[in-house]
Design a protein around this ligand. Structure first.
Ligand SMILES: [Zn+2]
Length: 120
């Protein structure tokens, strides 16, 4: 992969990281406004719990995504970005465009998904 392409992916990843951190800052602020004790009855209490769990799950996913972004940025530095971690083949540019944090080529990804289905 040439320097120009790498630079572009690095810019995309840095932008994704910036947005992610920004959105988690925002949800922290929203959290401060949400107090379960202030809610008047059982129904509201229940829906508040649902909201909390949605927020919690989103944060988990954000955290995972953030780790993936960091990982991809490190790979760019090390010069092995765009190489499948499973088989060592090059990951197609099209696939990286759609998902710059990906670490597997399409073949290995499909194999992984089949395995996940079997062992799930
Ligand atoms: Zn592969």
């Amino acid at each position: 992969m040439n320097k120009k392409t790498l630079d572009r992916f690095q810019a995309i990843l840095l932008e994704q990281r910036r947005r992610l951190l920004q959105s988690s800052e925002k949800s922290k602020e929203e959290d401060l406004q949400l107090s379960v004790d202030d809610l008047p009855d059982e129904i509201d209490h229940a829906s508040a719990e649902i909201n909390q769990s949605v927020i919690f799950r989103l944060r988990d996913r954000e955290r995972v995504l953030l780790q993936k972004i960091e990982h991809a940025l490190k790979k760019i530095e090390n010069g092995d970005f765009g190489v499948c971690e499973e088989c060592g083949d090059e990951i197609s540019a099209k696939r990286l465009e759609a998902r710059p944090v990906t670490t597997l080529c399409i073949k290995c990804k499909e194999t992984q998904e089949i395995k996940e289905k079997i062992y799930a």
